[in-house]
Ligand binder design. Structure first.
Ligand code: ADP
Ligand code: ADP
Length: 226
């Protein structure tokens, strides 16, 4: 069973041309799936429909074998990592990672152990008392991922997480994300318009154009196909 099944997904805004037009993609358990294509091709819309931030016009979204079309974002157990990381500047790294657990009213002992485990995995255990403002871009990204990890999310979703960074940092972060995802083995859907990110990060790459799925292949297959 695929972790995320998109079945004939259509999205129309108003009565215009469909932003997403009959797209079917299976994301396997633990797979790193890239959604790539030029601006306006529908990749963010598709990602937002997975998370539940956008209604589906027709088709089925199935997550962990369960149809989720009508489920609110908070009931989907997914973790979206935003472009700006959305960290709380006045809270320590520890409290930033702990935030979803606090929100859910988890007991202190559980908060402690989950934050410690996540920060070890992410090599943040030396920085738990610092504020996000004193961290590097790479460390901030890891704090954002830590917040996702402690929720035991079924999948990570990234919407152009590197597009605001300069070229050097972007290269470092690309390596970092690839390494973390391999270590964690968590299902990931990653939106980008950057060919290099698509070809280096993805187990498979879904190429969208004007809302239509044009290709779905491994990077190696895409290199050797015309
Ligand atoms: P991408 O992420 O590939 O740049 P989007 O999913 O943001 O593409 O947009 C796909 C299409 O849907 C575009 O034509 C865009 O203008 C349109 N669109 C996106 N969001 C909205 C919205 N909230 N209302 C109307 N049209 C939208
Ligand atoms: P509410 O909808 O109750 O006002 P929020 O919008 O802050 O509150 O979201 C509540 C919960 O919904 C979050 O704890 C989270 O589980 C989920 N959620 C909201 N937005 C996202 C997102 N972009 N990615 C993943 N989960 C989300």
């Amino acid at each position: 069973m695929a972790a995320i099944e998109m079945r004939n997904i259509v999205k129309k805004y108003g009565d215009g041309f469909p932003a997403v037009n009959d797209v079917s993609i299976d994301v396997e358990d633990g797979e790193f799936m890239i959604l790539v294509g030029p601006s306006g091709c529908g990749k963010s819309t598709l990602l937002r429909m997975i998370v539940g931030l956008e209604d589906i016009t027709s088709g089925d979204m199935v997550i962990g074998g369960k149809r989720v079309n009508a489920l609110a974002p908070r009931d989907r157990n997914l973790a979206m990592v935003f472009q700006n990381y959305a960290l709380y500047p006045h809270l320590s790294v520890f409290e930033n990672i702990a935030f979803p657990l606090r929100l859910a009213g988890r007991p202190e002992s559980e908060v402690e152990s989950k934050v410690r485990d996540a920060s070890k995995t992410l090599e943040l255990d030396e920085h738990l008392q610092r504020k996000p403002g004193n961290l590097s871009g790479g460390q901030r990204q890891r704090v954002a991922m830590g917040r996702a990890i402690v929720r035991d999310a079924d999948a990570f979703l990234f919407d152009e997480p590197l597009s605001n960074l300069d070229a050097k940092l972007r290269g470092q972060m690309r390596t970092e994300i690839a390494r973390l995802q391999k270590r964690l083995g968590i299902t990931t859907v990653y939106v980008t318009h950057d060919q290099t990110e698509a070809m280096t990060l993805g187990d498979r790459v879904a190429v969208l154009r004007r809302g239509v799925l044009q290709q779905l292949a491994t990077p190696r297959e895409l290199y050797t196909q015309p």
